[in-house]
Design a protein around this ligand. Structure first.
Ligand code: PEP
Ligand code: MG
Length: 559
């Protein structure tokens, strides 16, 4: 079936179409002298390049249907439409620069001013760089950098995607996503899963495939076929249609084959993530990431706004459990007006609950808003804190929750120290939820955003599973729930292992639930336990996967 390229499948599903790359930013050419009689033409060309960027962004905003995307694109268009920028390009050309260098220098001056202003504006310098690259590319007659717009649905290939690119990914035109770098827990994978786009990361060779070539992508198996025959394509699509059909019929609460309940919950960032059949199928919400409310603004939200947002989310979850995570600002989720300090290692710095300890008013205001919204809802509201390291921190968080009138208080286990002391932590709180994304990062000392370290960040790493097992055993001894809400829970075969380790709930992007439900239901508990014991003894993630395959855990035929 044509040449096959292999990577790590991070978002299931099959898609085929022409492949297009995220264009690289243009290289600034040698400076050219503009003859005096061409200066006005050059000024015109500089202005046209800026205008083309504005028009392109506005066109994309007009075509986008997600309000958050429209907002991002319109804000970028406004930045490029700044008359001060246009005037300085004109002045620089009059002073002897060609338009490409004038654009570059005008943006550089803007960049400096933004960076010096700090806070929200400093956050926008990456947008300025992107706008400069676009304007220069237009001037040079090169493709605009960033997500291509070939005018037909396509498979997107990239080295990795910038957060700004992932924010504007449109699932109606991007059929699948394949990156040469990136890792299973980085933002690209999380966004692809949330949008339901088949995705493969760490796929060497994908950037060598000629643009426009038809490729088929299996986001479960982690395979990309170059130029498959029509017969192969038909067979692959038929298999996937069968799988989709089977999964669409899958319903009801999570259970093992012998009837042990395993709650299948949703990871969400807003009420809209719970809408539609995928959200309806969730037994509840295992992780409500509240950061969205704090991003893209200059000050924390007012209490009324927080209460209104939480009330809307709780209404969407009515009748079900919803676990709200308090603000996890910092590191991969920077909130510049809160994370003021320049830290050499933000992931090891004042992030998550550590910010709450330093700004207790902020934490207390959030808990009060959650409590007010909880008192007005039929949802069962639980609260948990991110980045808890010790039992003393867990106890302190519980006390804050109780003071706010919140009855179910838990913590995330994302730091190895917390996993090793799960028993004492559980003696302080009502439940724990394991954040395997950060737990991998801290266990392997591997930045979760670093694609080059994806092997270490693989959630099948036996050392990570050892810590999960320690938590599950502590939960069993205490008779308290222990869930997993990191990306590991969305991998159907790994979900079987987690159940075997004693995990009581799995929380994931809503679209991942049917495949996980099916995998969990295919194994009786003793069977999952046997698999879990074998996987714990594996030498590495590759052997762990191989054991699971032999055990029949990869029973999804598309994988
Ligand atoms: C995690 O770390 O696994 C987790 C669920 O939290 P986040 O990905 O939001 O850091
Ligand atoms: Mg985390």
């Amino acid at each position: 079936m044509g040449e096959a390229l292999h990577g790590i499948g991070v978002s299931s599903g099959v898609a085929a179409g022409p492949v297009y790359r995220v264009a690289a930013p243009p290289r600034l050419p040698e400076r050219v002298a503009v003859p005096a009689d061409r200066v006005d033409v050059e000024i015109e060309r500089g202005a046209m390049a800026l205008a083309a960027v504005v028009a392109d962004l506005n066109r994309r905003a007009g075509a986008a249907d997600r309000p958050a995307v429209v907002e991002i694109l319109r804000a970028q268009a406004m930045m490029a439409d700044d008359p001060v920028l246009r005037d300085s390009v004109t002045e620089l050309i009059r002073a002897g620069a060609d338009a490409a260098h004038a654009i570059d220098r005008a943006f550089a001056a803007h960049r400096e001013a933004f960076a010096a202003a700090g806070g929200y504006l400093a956050e926008r310098v990456a947008d300025l760089d992107d706008l400069r690259d676009r304007a220069v590319a237009f001037y040079l007659g090169q493709p605009m950098p960033g997500i291509p717009a070939p005018g037909r649905p396509f498979v997107l290939a990239a080295r990795d995607l910038a957060p700004a690119d992932t924010a504007v990914l449109d699932p109606t035109t991007v059929l699948a996503l394949v990156t040469e770098e990136g890792g299973p827990t980085a933002h690209t994978a999380i966004v692809a899963r949330t949008l339901g786009i088949p995705a493969v990361v760490r796929c060497p060779g994908v950037l060598r495939v000629a643009e426009g070539t038809t490729v088929a992508v299996d986001g479960g198996a982690g395979t990309l076929w170059v130029d498959p025959s029509q017969a192969d394509l038909d067979a692959l699509m038929a298999r996937d249609a069968e799988r989709q059909e089977r999964l669409s019929r899958s319903a009801g609460p999570g259970r093992t084959a012998d009837g042990h309940p395993v709650a299948l919950l949703a990871n969400i960032g807003s009420a809209s993530d719970l809408s539609g059949p995928a959200g309806d199928a969730a037994e509840g919400v295992g992780l409500f990431r509240t950061e969205l409310l704090y991003l893209d603004r200059a000050t924390p939200p007012a209490v009324d706004e927080e209460v209104a947002t939480y009330s809307a989310v709780f209404a969407a979850a009515a009748g079900r459990r919803i676990v709200v995570r308090t603000l996890d600002a910092g590191a991969d989720k920077p909130v510049p007006y809160l994370n003021h300090d320049v830290e050499p290692n933000p992931a090891l710095g004042v992030r998550g609950i550590r910010l709450g300890w330093r700004q207790p008013d902020l934490l207390q205001a959030q808990l009060a808003a959650i409590s007010t919204a909880a008192s007005r809802t039929a949802a069962e509201v639980w609260v948990m804190a991110p980045m808890i390291a010790t039992a003393a921190e867990a106890a302190r968080f519980r006390d804050y929750c109780r003071e706010a009138g919140l009855v179910k208080a838990g913590v995330m286990v994302e730091i190895p120290a917390a996993a090793l002391r799960a028993e004492s932590i559980l003696s302080e709180v009502d439940f724990i939820s394991i954040g395997t994304n950060d737990l991998s990062q801290y266990t392997f000392a591997a930045d979760r955003q670093c694609g080059a370290l994806a092997d270490l960040l693989d959630p099948w790493q036996p050392a990570l599973l050892e810590l999960v097992a320690a938590c599950a055993e502590a939960g069993k001894a205490a008779g308290k729930p222990v869930g997993v809400c990191g990306e590991a829970a969305a991998d159907p075969a790994l979900a079987v292992v987690l159940v075997g380790l004693g995990i009581t709930s799995l929380s994931m992007a809503p679209r991942a639930i049917p495949a996980v439900r099916e995998a969990v239901a295919a194994h009786a508990l003793p069977d999952s336990q046997r698999l879990a014991a074998a996987v714990r003894g594996a030498a590495d993630a590759i052997e762990a996967r191989a054991l699971a395959r032999r055990h029949g855990a990869f029973h999804d035929p598309a994988r």
